[in-house]
Design a protein around this ligand. Sequence first.
Ligand code: MN
Length: 251
Amino acid sequence: MRILLSNDDGFTAEGIVQLARVLSRRHEVWIAAPDSNRSGVSNALTLDRPLYATEMGPQRWQLNGTPADCVHIALNCLLPHRPDLVVSGINNGENMGDDTLYSGTVAAAMEGYLMGLPAIAFSLAARGWPHLDVAAEMAVQFVDRWFEGVRVHELLNVNFPALPATQHRGLKATRLGRRHAAEPVLPGRDPQGRPVYWIGPPGKVRSADDTTDFAAVAAGYTSVTPLHADLTRIEAIEALSRRLGPGTASR
Ligand code: MN
């Protein structure tokens, strides 16, 4: 398979380097990744400055942009052929529950999905990539098992527990869990005395019943959540239409 690989931790991050290495054993891998850590930028596209794609080797580029920029430019300009699959990761840390809305890892995959390709976002649910080699082997098995010869247009968010191979319990289809509101913003002062603010860490897990990604990973499973990009709350349209009153047609 021809695979476009990206991430949000940057071109030189351990997670993408390792994943490229194992995917390349059986697949044709093309990389377009940010030149610095762009975690948390979500689906942002850069519209106020030009983007440079610096060739780092055969089929390898780093860009001075976001994860979504990288996939967008790669698919439109850099790759000579359309890939079969877009892969993002392996991220340094989990992307589960509400966090997926902010995730650059998920966004890179989603950009591929929005451009009509199947896409997978891989994350390792611990900082510093413990047991990255295990996660990378599982990622390549996942790609082989689910996508070889199949052309399904879907977006999957995969989170690996950070465990040795013997403690992995297999794959589990999940939904996104929920978190409480983020921890408070941390205010401070810069050396010039101007006020500065640090966004607080994510809130504690709120909804983590058996069906969620949080629960699956905590129990030693690899969580696989099918995502879509349409945020519409379909079941609310009828009630909203009634509240808006007569004369406002729901089309
Ligand atoms: Mn990241």
